[in-house]
Design a protein around this ligand. Structure first.
Ligand SMILES: Cc1cc2nc3c(=O)[nH]c(=O)nc-3n(C[C@H](O)[C@H](O)[C@H](O)COP(=O)(O)OP(=O)(O)OC[C@H]3O[C@@H](n4cnc5c(N)ncnc54)[C@H](O)[C@@H]3O)c2cc1C
Length: 432
């Protein structure tokens, strides 16, 4: 290898930024890292997934931002790898390319009625309330009185909680004003959270459940009958069951909104002419017992799949990029100089910190191979992007977007209000 180790990281979520941090933590190592991000904004799902009322978790942004204080680390926002520049072009220009592009596609339930209006992946709702510039969510579906969330992971609880938050609570977050307005005026009075298996298999954490149980604006209801036959196998499942039991034992507080859990129910279809009005749920283990539960909005939260840039292999069943010890493999074996980290590598599992361990394994593979890696073309990527007229949002320009969001917040008496329109973001960043 000649000169400093040059690494391109695709994606500025936790996985990509942890890779950049680990690559630059040894002051003895000469390394230059370019972080490519298709959005004008960094931080991936920390900005566009983690619930807005989880400001404590979101504060990790400060330590992720420190990535760009290291000399040699650059942010190239508003650059889509696969469109503005290909993976092959990056492989020609860098010793190593690390794919940390997440898992942005939703898994579908694949049951009759899946396509009805009002059946939407939870991600659409999450992206909308998070102010994602590509969010595809029509808030008119919030006219439904009963919403159903399918799935019992933390994302399902986030979504249920956000549906019952009051305008005052929402104004303490950074969600866009139009989101506050739509959620303030919506009709949803009941959110039914459906789990296919028994409560002992619920994937949400006890912490998230307890937080939900404390939400002021809604009663949380658990049917004791759903807990009766549960046999928890782990200490975590035992804790979860104890919390569910406490919730089941409580007297409802008479709130005008409620969140109701249904366990051991498998959705087998949705009913409606063009728009969904009910879900058909079969008893798991006894498909002859079927009930119809009203739902004018259904938000499945049942997992994600990767969508890597063109030219990168995808394991269709797993929904992840195939790899051997973080080295991307295709039908011919290892693809030299191409690595993977984060949700693109593992699928949607673990917490933000899990991506650090994952990133350290990926970086270890890069460093192990470094001596044998050599880029083939010297023309810098900046020239390529300039020739193509790609308006790059660098770190300084991202700071301008942040400043504009603080300014918008001040206008509305809030700490910060997110920009959600790409045009406004680029105008704030002064790139056109
Ligand atoms: C709704 C939701 C809530 C969550 N809440 C929590 C929580 O409260 N606590 C917690 O610990 N974890 C939470 N998580 C999990 C956490 O967000 C993930 O573990 C983490 O974000 C995964 O990191 P990543 O970098 O692999 O992917 P991502 O965060 O998705 O980052 C991938 C980045 O790559 C970019 N990208 C994609 N394709 C391209 C391309 N072709 N070119 C350039 N850039 C590209 C994307 O725009 C994105 O910025 C939540 C996840 C979700 C979905």
């Amino acid at each position: 290898m000649t000169g400093p180790l040059r690494v391109a990281v695709v994606g500025s979520g936790p996985a990509g930024l942890f890779c950049a941090q680990i690559l630059t933590e040894d002051p003895e190592r000469a390394v230059a890292v370019d972080v490519f991000e298709r959005l004008p904004t960094p931080f991936g799902l920390v900005r566009y997934g983690v619930a807005p009322d989880h400001q404590k978790i979101k504060s990790i942004v400060a330590s992720l931002a420190e990535t760009f204080e290291a000399p040699g680390v650059r942010f190239l926002g508003n650059v889509t790898v696969g469109t503005d520049v290909t993976v092959e072009e990056l492989r020609e220009r860098y010793h190593a390319v690390i794919l940390a592009s997440g898992a942005p596609l939703d898994r579908r339930l694949g049951i009759p009625g899946d396509e009805l209006t009002g059946v939407l992946a939870a991600r659409n709702f999450v992206s909308w309330y998070s102010g994602h510039p590509d969010a595809d969510f029509d808030p008119s579906v919030l006219a439904a009185e009963t919403a159903m969330v399918v799935g019992v992971g933390n994302v399902a609880l986030d979504v249920a909680r956000m549906l019952v938050r009051t305008p005052d609570e929402l104004r303490r977050t950074d969600v866009p004003e139009h989101v506050v307005d739509a959620l303030a005026g919506h009709a949803v009075r009941e959110v039914v959270v459906v789990g296919r298996r028994g409560p002992q298999f619920a994937k949400f954490t006890n912490k998230e459940l307890l937080e939900l149980a404390e939400v002021e604006s809604a009663d949380v209801l658990v049917d004791p009958a759903d807990l009766a036959h549960a046999s928890p196998a782990t200490p975590a499942a035992r804790r979860l069951l104890a919390s569910l039991q406490k919730i089941a034992d409580r007297e409802p507080r008479g709130r005008d909104r409620r969140i109701r859990f249904l366990f051991d129910r498998t959705p087998i279809g949705f009913v409606g002419e063009t728009a969904v009005r009910a879900a058909r749920l079969a008893r798991t283990g006894d498909p002859t017992v079927v009930e119809e539960v009203a739902a004018g909005l259904v938000l499945p939260a049942v997992g994600y799949r990767s969508a890597p840039p063109a030219g990168v292999p995808l394991d269709d069943d797993a929904g992840t990029v195939p790899h051997r010890d973080s080295r991307v493999v295709d039908a011919n074996g290892e693809v030299g100089g191409l690595y993977v980290a984060g949700w693109a590598k593992r699928g949607p599992s673990g917490v933000i910190g899990t991506n650090r361990l994952c990133a350290s394994e990926t970086v270890a593979a890069v460093l192990e191979d470094a001596a044998a890696l050599d880029p083939r073309v010297a023309v810098p990527v900046d020239d390529l992007l300039a020739t193509r007229g790609v308006p790059v949002v660098d770190w300084t320009r991202w700071r301008l977007i942040e400043a504009a969001e603080a300014g918008l917040g001040a206008e509305h008496g809030r700490e910060r209000v997110k920009l959600h329109d790409r045009k406004d973001m680029l105008a704030a960043a002064r790139v056109h």
